[in-house]
Design a protein around this ligand. Structure first.
Ligand SMILES: N[C@@H](CCC(=O)N[C@@H](CS)C(=O)NCC(=O)O)C(=O)O
Length: 319
């Protein structure tokens, strides 16, 4: 552990923005793989996933864990959505409905996991965290890499039908990569660039990027169930976690209010609702109470009253 003052790293309201008022996301720090013959090998009951049900990046990992049938291989702890001065708390500190205590490390906050592994860690204390119970350390804290690990690393231990599921298939990789390349900066991270901007000059280009990219996605999804290759891929999963939060949070809290998804983007909205209502991996990984509470409660610089809006009603429309 450490005796350093880490409030600047843990408290989102003290997060530094760039001089021009724009938000730049730091790269994740723990980037290991799970592979045969390495320090981290696939095994049953060895790995643990720390998530927030509010966090879009963490939700990607939960969806892929469920789709691949990895529930018995990778246990999960859900933090409280109320991220405060010490970052994400576990339920023993903040018993929010649906939050868990940390039964693996007995941590009070997610920051304790990072500082326990690396006392001089200077990054942010983010979720998701993929934890190795054998070496008592962090394997990876970058969701885009964790979903690729889940996609293949446990295949030899899984039943054939689950092993065969491939959300990053060889033949579609270049198309998936190409989509990820503009969807990530303009939509996934674009909503944060708009919402965390502290000047009009930083906000305006960011919000324009979001809606220009949504216009592009709308065209791609017209008459289609999936973004690429007529099958579910990681490109859908990566985009979906942002779109499901759009009307409930990003329209209001992050000022992304040119249009809502439900009334402005019929093809995206249908794709969103079909995945939510027809595929339990998506629905069971979504908790609107955690989502709304987290953003409106935790970002004191954007919403100092912490009042959580009651709408939209319904939070997602039926099919
Ligand atoms: N690159 C990371 C980003 C994860 C991330 O930013 N998570 C947010 C929650 S949505 C977080 O934990 N933030 C805490 C903080 O910055 O203090 C990933 O995709 O896994």
């Amino acid at each position: 552990m450490t005796t350093r003052d880490v409030t600047g790293q843990a408290d989102i309201t003290k997060m530094k923005v760039e001089k021009d008022g724009s938000f730049k996301r730091l790269d994740a720090s723990f980037r290991n793989s799970i592979a045969p013959g390495t320090k981290f090998e696939a095994a049953a009951d060895r790995y643990h996933l720390y998530v927030s049900l509010a966090c879009p990046w963490a939700t990607r990992t939960l969806i892929v864990r469920k789709l691949k049938g990895l529930e018995d291989f990778i246990s999960v702890s859900v933090v409280s959505p109320r991220m405060g001065g010490n970052g994400w708390p576990f339920a023993n500190i903040d018993p929010f409905p649906g939050a868990d205590a940390d039964t693996v490390n007995n941590a009070a906050h997610v920051k304790d996991l990072y500082l326990g592994v690396q006392p001089d860690y200077t990054g942010r204390f983010t979720v998701p965290v993929l934890w190795d119970k054998k070496h008592k350390t962090i394997v990876n804290n970058e969701s885009s890499e964790i979903i690729r690990l889940f996609n293949t690393a446990f295949n030899h231990l899984l039943p054939a039908d689950k092993a065969a599921l491939d959300f990053y298939p060889e033949e579609l990789r270049s198309q998936i990569d190409e989509l990820n390349e503009w969807i990530y900066p303009n939509i996934n991270n674009g909503v944060y660039r708009a919402g965390f901007a502290t000047t009009q000059e930083a906000y305006l280009p960011a919000v324009n990027d979001v809606f220009n990219a949504l216009d592009k996605v709308e065209k791609i999804l017209e008459g289609k169930d999936y973004l690429v290759g007529n099958k579910l891929t990681e490109a859908d999963i990566r985009l979906w976690v942002t779109i499901i939060r759009f009307d409930p949070v990003y329209v209001g809290h992050f000022k992304c209010n040119f249009r809502t998804i439900r009334d402005g983007y019929p093809a995206i909205d249908l794709w969103l609702r079909k995945l939510y209502w027809n595929n339990d991996a998506f629905k069971s990984s979504t908790n609107f109470d955690h989502i709304k509470t987290h953003y409106y409660w935790s970002h004191g610089s954007i919403n100092p009253t912490k009042v959580v809006p009651a709408g939209p009603l319904p939070v997602i429309r039926p099919l």
